[in-house]
Design a protein around this ligand. Structure first.
Ligand code: ZN
Length: 752
């Protein structure tokens, strides 16, 4: 679990302590680091995918750095104090606001028939008052709508707007039984909501319309959906929700088409009135999300990632992961991180308030990973104001250091591929276990290894898009098309490295199992026809170099281990290329009960369990078992070491950035217009793996080493949280900074 790196210097007695000067001199020369001159031109390609259906984002989209969202409730008009909120937005230095306008409830005097005015509205216009106040204070304004629920009068007059269940009956709202669930793919969204969006844009000219819960609430069997689907697929709507079911597959395609058409229709309607305006549907995510992220990233001017807080077992880095997943297809367009001031569990305590450390660490993870913060508060009436100061502290710091937070490109040489098609077509209803857990294991290992990395969408594997990366990790990316395999092959031929696990490329893009891996030639193995598991009590034999010899690169840190635990699922393979002296071989599962029977039944020295190959220009590491998934389940340190070693071997270049010291840190590295930053988020906490952080525990000195191009001299180094100017060493192109201690977060900012 914990990084075992020891700090070279633990205690500093003062800025002129001689050992510190020696330290700076020596460490600047020690160890090889990748030059930024090599990394920066590649990073400049970041986000230059050339796809942007929406054209360049309007200027307001990039201007907004800190968002404030006030979601009104129906009885707010006349009861809540708009002045309080406007003053608060200003005090926290928010430069954008998302304000409730309409959809379910209209907070302005709408003229659209059946657009339900708040029963407390009277002759007021709270939305208009807030828009005016925000404009006077120079804020970007987004109007929020929510089209998922309908009032009885609308449902009675327009039964075609109501979602219909599999039983053929209209669906009542699951939480507010007086209301009805709206169909997301029929005339309610296409016609009524278009009229509402037009009215809002005409009357108030907001910069954006943010649409919550816009994509329907599960399968709808209304007549419009049935007819539209029949015209598309010549079939009845499916009765299953398993994406692996052939009956469901056309539905997936049709639903996406409908939703992208809807997005386009709304966007065209508002841009016809205000060309600078955009609609921002609340959408997107990682492998488990349901709209193709490549097309989503092309269409969007910006997106807000709606992962508001931890839920269940979720470490704080989940927010940073979300940032990386969105950035994978949005490139340089703004990724905004919506965070809740309250809890975000299944029970939906929407008026709750989290304590400061938990909320703070969540938001800092987002900021360190390139997100612009967006707080969301439900109800204009405050029941608990404990969150006000914590958000103020976060936002004021953010505003103060904004120029160091306006990132241009991330500096990362490692990309972790995520694949919605693998989640849909291979994982299906088990995608969380078979697909996402593998990615989470890799993510945790990279955090512990302190390696800056990005997420990469599997439909953006063109050479231009992969230029920033030296290594791609494929955590059980099972479903890959021939074309995607060819792109990966080209990446390796051009010198890139691959680390792939389990059934990567054993299925095509539609989820049909191939006879052999699509990447069999790169792996140097072929599929032997079976996957064994779940295995219990299986092990791996480690074959070390003879005493005194150089340790095998895969086994560094495992020198004293004759064997380690195996994973749970193993793909049986035959070698097709030579793998002399394999470092890791199979000890097959043997009984785990009764204890008298627990003894090994022979070893399979002929079954290597890691395949390392230099092929073409690059290095390929293939692990034919669920190392990553098992790491997430068990978190055995031996597996973490094995993963880290495999990453280092396949990367095959010195790190750009090295940070050593005690604790668990998320390390990210960015370039801005005239500076570089290194973010260090202190995740060292007994609550790390679930996230209910009570307090922060400061970690001691961290040595940060960054190699700069030969012609570049740093003009100054600042610590943006400690608000100090640390001494720094600079020799032979290596910048060395000693960060004495980190409580929650530190940013090393290097000016040029
Ligand atoms: Zn419908």
């Amino acid at each position: 679990m914990m990084s075992r790196r020891q700090p070279r210097i633990l205690i500093m007695t003062g800025p002129d302590h001689p050992s510190r000067r020696d330290f700076l001199r020596t460490t600047a020369q020690a160890g090889a680091l990748l030059s930024l001159a090599e990394a920066l031109p590649a990073a400049a390609a970041f986000g230059a995918s050339g796809h942007d259906a929406s054209g360049a984002p309007p200027p307001w989209a990039d201007r907004a750095m800190r968002w404030a969202q006030l979601t009104l409730v129906e009885d707010d008009p006349g009861r809540f104090d708009p002045g309080f909120w406007l003053e608060y937005f200003q005090r926290v230095q928010a430069d954008a606001a998302c304000l409730s306008a309409g959809g379910c409830v209209a907070y302005y005097p709408t003229q659209v028939p059946f657009h339900h005015r708040s029963a407390w509205l009277g002759d007021r216009d709270p939305f208009g008052d807030l828009v005016r106040g925000c404009r006077e204070r120079g804020l970007v304004v987004a109007a929020r709508t929510d089209p998922h629920a309908l009032w009885p009068d609308a449902a009675a007059a327009h039964p075609e707007w109501v979602a219909v269940g599999a039983d053929g009956h209209p669906r009542r709202h699951w939480s507010s039984p007086d209301l009805w669930v709206a169909c997301g793919l029929g005339p309610y969204n296409f016609e009524q909501m278009t009229a509402i969006h037009r009215e809002i844009m005409t009357r108030y000219r907001p910069d954006a319309i943010f649409i919550n819960r816009w994509s329907g609430s599960g399968l709808c069997y209304c007549s419009a959906c049935r007819e539209n689907f029949r015209a598309f697929a010549h079939a009845d709507l499916p009765r299953t929700t398993d994406p692996r079911d052939p009956a469901y597959r056309p539905y997936l395609a049709w639903r996406q088409r409908r939703l992208f058409d809807l997005w386009e229709r709304w966007d065209a309607a508002v841009r016809a009135i205000n060309p600078e305006a955009r609609v921002v549907p609340n959408t997107g995510g990682g492998a488990l999300s349901d709209l193709d992220m490549r097309e989503t990233g092309e269409r969007a001017a910006l997106l807000a990632a709606d992962r508001q807080a931890r839920r269940g077992l979720m470490p704080p880095w989940a927010n940073g992961k979300s940032a990386k997943e969105y950035r994978a297809t949005l490139g340089r367009k703004p990724v905004i991180g919506i965070f809740s001031v309250g809890f975000e569990e299944l029970e939906r305590w929407k008026d709750s308030v989290q304590r400061e450390p938990e909320m703070r660490l969540w938001v800092l993870e987002g900021i360190a990973n390139g997100m612009r913060p967006w707080f969301t508060k439900f109800s204009g009436t405050l029941y608990d104001d404990r969150w006000l100061k914590p958000v103020e502290r976060l936002y004021q710091w953010h505003q103060q250091h904004e120029r160091y937070l306006r990132n241009e490109v991330p500096l990362a040489r490692v990309g972790v591929v995520y694949s919605q098609q693998t989640a849909w077509c291979y994982g299906g209803e088990k995608a969380r276990d078979t697909v996402e857990d593998a990615a989470l294991g890799v993510y945790q290992a990279l955090i512990e290894a302190r390696i800056p990395f990005e997420m990469v969408h599997d439909r953006l594997l063109e050479a231009a898009h992969l230029r920033p990366f030296r290594l791609l990790i494929l955590p059980n990316i099972a479903a890959l098309s021939d074309a995607q395999c060819a792109q990966l092959r080209a990446f390796v031929a051009a010198g890139g490295g691959l680390l792939a696990t389990s059934e990567t490329s054993l299925y095509d893009a539609e989820g049909a199992r191939r006879r052999d891996f699509g990447l069999a030639d790169l792996f140097g193995v072929s599929f032997a026809g079976r996957v064994e598991g779940p295995m219990r009590n299986s092990y791996l034999r480690l074959h070390h170099a003879p005493a005194g010899g150089e340790p095998h690169p895969l086994l560094r840190g495992l020198e004293h281990a004759p064997r380690i635990i195996n994973g749970v699922w193993r793909v049986d393979v035959n070698t097709t290329a030579p793998f002399p002296n394999p470092p890791v071989t199979l000890i097959p599962a043997y009984p785990d009960l009764p204890m008298e029977e627990v003894y090994p039944r022979g070893e399979r020295l002929d079954k290597p369990q890691v395949f390392l190959r230099e092929t073409g220009g690059g290095r390929v590491a293939y692990v034919p078992w669920d190392l990553d998934r098992t790491y997430w389940e068990v978190l055995a340190e031996d597996h973490g070491v094995l993963l880290r070693n495999a990453i280092a071997w396949a990367l095959n270049e010195p790190p750009l950035l090295a940070v050593s010291g005690p604790g668990v840190l998320d390390v990210t590295c960015w370039r801005q217009a005239a500076s570089l930053t290194v973010h260090l988020v202190n995740l060292t906490n007994p609550m790390l793996m679930k996230g209910p952080v009570r307090e922060f525990f400061p970690v001691g000195a961290q040595e940060v080493r960054l190699r700069l191009p030969a012609d570049l001299t740093p003009q100054g180094v600042r610590l943006l949280v400690a608000e100090s100017e640390p001494e720094f060493g600079f020799a032979d192109g290596v910048l060395t900074v000693l960060v004495p201690s980190i409580l929650d977060h530190e940013v090393v900012a290097v000016d040029f």
